[in-house]
Design a protein around this ligand. Sequence first.
Ligand code: GTP
Ligand code: MG
Length: 259
Amino acid sequence: MANSKYEYVKKFETDDRLPPSSWIVVRIDGCHFHQFSAEHAFEKPNDENALNLMNSCAVSMLEQFPDIVFAYGVSDEYSFIWKETTQFYQRRASKLLSLSVSYFTSVYVMKWKEFFPHKELKGPPYFDGRVVCYPRAKIVQDYLAWRQVDCHINNQYNTCFWMLVKSGKTQREAQELLKGTQAKDKNELLFQQFNVNYDKLPQMFRKGSCVYRKKVEEVVKLDDTGNPVTRTRSKVAVEHVDIIGPKFWSDLPYILEEE
Ligand SMILES: Nc1nc2c(ncn2[C@@H]2O[C@H](COP(=O)(O)OP(=O)(O)OP(=O)(O)O)[C@@H](O)[C@H]2O)c(=O)[nH]1
Ligand SMILES: [Mg+2]
């Protein structure tokens, strides 16, 4: 039905194509997860099953959208890095954002039972999202380092806070005790009062989770002389990386290489 008198309404649509040759970061974040986590009695400060569910959703994202090259998640948030040359939906911001948020949310609901077989999903989890473009791989690396530092700072604080509360302090008292403390004071507090070595807590809690394609060698068959014939394929994997820094990227140059 070309050229109806209503066609002019299309002129009001705006072009939201993101600039070419730049990495696209979509970060999604659980809406009101403070409440959602309380409603579903998540362990404080870290619920292993809830984090594994988030990670599993991120794996599904990379399997569904081949142009996502890397994802990093902590707490109720996940960042997805789309490769700089992606032409997916002509790089339209609204498409990339809405597809990411809706796909992640649907998978979260679908997989809920797998991670919480004995907990009913009491209300709809939902996520917001934002898109930011970065013109250099180095800035994407710094972006990820920023999220990981944030994870560390928040987790160290939350670990101390909930240890104090579980040991009988009120939330107000715990807050007061932690006011103005530095990282080393918090480590000391955990060790002195609770005999906890912060560095020994699970890496996933302290450092967040990375999802990316790993190159794995697999044996396809044995040749006539009985030697294995292998091929390399990529497999989406979850890793808990100590520092998402220069060493990490130099070991995996194919992830964020500029084309
Ligand atoms: N107990 C528990 N809570 C968690 C866990 N992961 C995330 N949360 C909760 O989720 C919140 C995430 O922080 P925010 O995103 O700032 O808070 P929010 O309530 O989701 O607020 P908006 O994102 O602004 O809607 C944390 O403050 C926790 O309350 C977890 O593993 N265990
Ligand atoms: Mg949130």
